[in-house]
Design a binder for this molecule. Structure first.
Ligand code: SF4
Length: 337
């Protein structure tokens, strides 16, 4: 598909304001030079451990945060530094779904008021029209339209996420950034909400940027996957290439923690364990930011930062010593080679 959103060298730093420790240019370098694009109708997932900058990326590309540097182009328009006023009509096209549906729903407002809020804010429907539209939306996300006058606490977690999704859909967005949309839900409910998101994508030709740490969910929903580490993309490519033929050691390590149904492959992946925490984004390691945790690190990794290069068609990774393991074709361990 055509590119809906293109991000070039995106940077988002949060200056540290603590007077006692204030140093020249001290900042949390949450997003530190990202380039990627999202095609119309696809799902691009951003994955990585917490603290790698996924959420800040989502909030910055929808302009909930002001970018520090770089460029964001949405539907051919440069929105990087667009004013709030100029952004207003575009806000309809770019929506965000949050992790915790409860905290993003006003407990004192009825579902009708919550889901209808976008119409009232934009002033585009009569009260009667709003009620009808809200009831249609509730039905669309699998809720009872008769529950229009109920309050959020009267719904289960999964239903509350459906309310959040209904509100998001009110203005018929083109791009939805979903930040851990199911991770606060019971595992038994997660699949239902994921399926709903997929059905809605098909019905409305939605484009998703999915922020997630559950790699099984990511594998299920994504067309492409971008792996982030300390504010940078270390690998990006088609879902199957990333899962079957990861090139970056960090991707390999993340995937080795995922339970794989095919036990013949498990041995191959369980060899690798990520140790330690993500280093501070205030003072990221020199050279390759992953070198403090990488089992393949050499001297050059400490001094020279690897750039994203294409290592297979459509698959880029930033590593001096990329993996080439063809996990999919690894001979099964329990059968003679
Ligand atoms: Fe590991 Fe070096 Fe590759 Fe970084 S560049 S991921 S430290 S091998």
């Amino acid at each position: 598909g055509e590119e809906l959103l293109t991000v070039t060298d995106l940077v988002k730093h949060f200056p540290i304001r603590d007077g006692l420790f204030q140093r020249e240019q001290a900042a949390v370098r949450a997003v530190d030079g990202l380039s990627f694009s999202v095609r119309q109708g696809e799902t691009l997932s951003l994955v990585g451990e917490s603290g790698c900058g996924k959420t800040t990326t989502g909030r910055t590309l929808t302009r909930l945060e002001e970018p520090t540097a770089g460029k964001i182009v949405f539907e051919g328009r440069d929105i990087t530094h667009m004013s709030n006023n100029a952004m207003r009509p575009l806000r309809r096209d770019m929506q965000m779904i949050f992790q915790d549906p409860y905290s993003s729903l006003n407990p004192r407002h009825t579902v009708g008021k919550i889901v209808g809020a976008p119409y009232r804010i934009q002033g585009i429907k009569t009260e009667h029209g709003t009620k009808k539209a809200v009831q249609d939306l509730l039905e669309l996300v699998g809720l009872n339209p008769e529950h229009y006058n109920r309050y959020p606490h009267e719904f289960s977690g999964g239903q509350r996420q459906r309310i959040g999704i209904a509100r998001t859909l009110a203005l018929r967005p083109k791009l939805i950034v979903a930040d851990e949309p199911v991770s606060a839900l019971d595992v038994s409910i997660q699949a239902q909400v994921v399926n709903l998101l997929e059905d809605l994508q098909e019905e409305f030709n939605l484009t998703y940027v999915m922020i997630a740490h559950d790699l099984s969910v990511v594998r299920h929903v994504s067309d492409r996957v971008a792996v982030m580490y300390l504010g940078k993309i270390v690998e990006i490519g088609d879902r199957d290439d990333i899962y079957e033929r990861p090139k970056h050691p960090y991707t390999v390590a993340l995937l080795s923690a995922v339970p794989i149904p095919d036990t013949r492959r498990r041995t191959e992946r369980e060899r690798i364990r990520l140790v330690g925490d993500v280093p501070s984004p205030i003072n990221p390691p020199s050279g390759c930011r992953f070198h403090t945790r990488c089992w393949k690190a050499q001297e050059i990794c400490k001094t020279s930062e690897p750039q994203l290069v294409e290592l297979a068609p459509g698959q880029q990774a930033a590593c001096h010593f990329p993996e080439n393991v063809e996990i999919a074709s690894t001979p099964p361990v329990d059968e003679p080679v």
